[in-house]
Design a protein around this ligand. Structure first.
Ligand code: PAF
Length: 309
């Protein structure tokens, strides 16, 4: 990886600040808030032969996000982390206003992770008045999260398409935790022909197995303990598959029982065993089958998934 540059006398101040001499890369992180500036900087980086890695986030960063930044740093000269709580991926009854935010803390964490650029656009720049163009991926969004949250993926694909156009990354990293999101975005990237290497990084978990998520902030005391029902259910599914059970219904019935035993008040939104590529339910567990679930734990909607065979 080349983290040095010959970039003396760049016309763009930000690049100068980012790469102050031609011998050493100095990790002076830049914070960019305007689309125009971000476009200028990414074009300049590309002109300088620097590869760009993109890590889109909605902020309130945890170790899972930081692992995506680390992953991007392995293959890119400059890593751009975006922080944008995207309104179009929330339905009117969902938690947009309550979604946790901590810009200061996020910037500090990205700096500590040696991120290069943080892009924090404003909602009215991403979605100006009279905005009316959306990107939709069809088949893959009709199941799992897409079924429960019908307008969600249209918002995700639209904002990520905009972020791709603004930052022009060579690679982008997304987490396996949002497995369907990663599949949908990968499909979009392929269908629209962006020359972007698409990396899906493993889920980072708490010690007890709970998948890291910004929404875990809402869990405390008993709710936090009972949130383990998701990973317990997934491990049960994997154990059953490993011991030769191939009938999805049997596995799902057992998973439901594990969830109820761990969190009696849980409300299961869905549990599905699907093909890893089409995301269609499988009639028999085969190699690569992915188990996904969404469960309301004390009012907090949590999702997780695992390859069980
Ligand atoms: O996974 C997320 O945090 C969001 O869905 C994403 C990809 C940043 C788009 O807003």
């Amino acid at each position: 990886m080349n983290r040095s540059t010959n970039g003396l006398n760049h016309p763009i101040d930000l690049i100068l600040a980012c790469y102050p001499d031609d011998t050493a890369y100095l990790p002076t992180m830049q914070i960019i808030r305007s689309i125009r500036k971000m476009q200028q900087v990414s074009r300049r980086l590309a002109a300088d032969g620097q590869t760009i890695g993109l890590v889109p986030t909605m902020g309130f960063l945890h170790r899972g996000h930081l692992s995506l930044i680390k992953r991007a740093q392995k293959n890119a000269d400059c890593v751009i982390t975006t922080i944008f709580v995207n309104p179009t991926q929330f339905a009117p009854h969902e938690d947009l206003d309550k979604y946790p935010r901590d810009e200061k803390g996020d910037i500090r964490k990205i700096r500590e992770a040696k991120g290069d650029i943080v892009f924090i656009p404003k909602a009215d720049e991403i979605y100006p008045d009279d905005f009316q163009t959306y990107v939709t991926v069809e088949k893959l969004t009709g199941t799992l999260e897409g079924k429960s949250r019908p307008t969600h993926f249209r918002g995700v694909t639209t904002v990520v398409a905009k972020l791709f156009n603004i930052t022009r990354p060579d690679l982008a990293v997304f987490g396996m935790k949002d497995f369907q999101q990663a599949c949908v975005l990968k499909q979009m990237t392929r269908d629209l022909g962006w020359p972007i290497r698409f990396i899906i990084a493993p889920t980072v978990r708490e010690k007890d197995g709970l998948a890291m998520s910004s929404r875990n902030k809402y869990l405390s005391g008993e709710a936090r303990k009972e949130a383990r029902c998701l990973i317990y259910a997934l491990r049960t599914a994997r154990e059953m598959a490993n011991s030769g059970v191939t009938v999805p219904k049997k596995i799902i019935t057992e998973m439901r029982a594990v969830i109820k035993a761990t969190c009696p008040s849980a409300r299961i939104d869905y549990i599905a065993l699907t093909d890893t590529t089409t995301l269609k339910p499988v009639s028999k567990v085969v190699r690569g089958t992915v188990c996904s679930l969404a469960v309301h734990v004390h009012g907090v909607r949590l999702i997780d998934n695992m390859k069980i065979a």
